[in-house]
Write a protein of this length. Sequence first.
Length: 148
Amino acid sequence: MHKTLLSLALLATSFSSTAHEYVDLEGFFASMGGVDLDAVEITSVEVGDGLYALFGNGGNIIASIGDQGTLIVDTMFAPLVPKIQQAVRDLGGESIDFAINTHFHFDHADGNPLLARSGTNIVALDAGALRFRTLLQQRMKTESQEKR
C-alpha cells in the first residue's frame, strides 16, 4: 500500500498545474445543453490490488484503498463528492485521507473544498494550491454574504 501511495503521489505531482478562472458550474452545464449531476452514478473498476478507477462526470479518479487509509487522485465536481465518498465506502474504504490534484481544472478539483471540510488532506502543486485557497476564500465569503 505504501509503495502504491508513493507511486500515485509522484505520478500526480508530475503533471503541470494550470490555474484558471472559476467556472459557474450551473452556467457551464446549461451552455452544454444541461448536465444533471444528481443523475450521475459513480462506477468503479478494480485495476490492481486495492487500486480502483472511479468514473462519473468530468475527470476520472484513481483510488488507492488499503489498511493505511484511502488516497484519491482528483476530486471531480463538488456535487459529486457525497457519491464519491459512498463509492469509496462501498469499495471497503472509510474516509478519504488524501486527495492529490493533477491540475486545477474544475472537473478535476472542484470537490476539494467539500473534501477538505470533511478532513481530507489536499495535495497540489503550488499554482493549484494557490488557486484552491483563493477559491475556498471566495466561496466562504459568498456563503457568509448569503447568510446575511
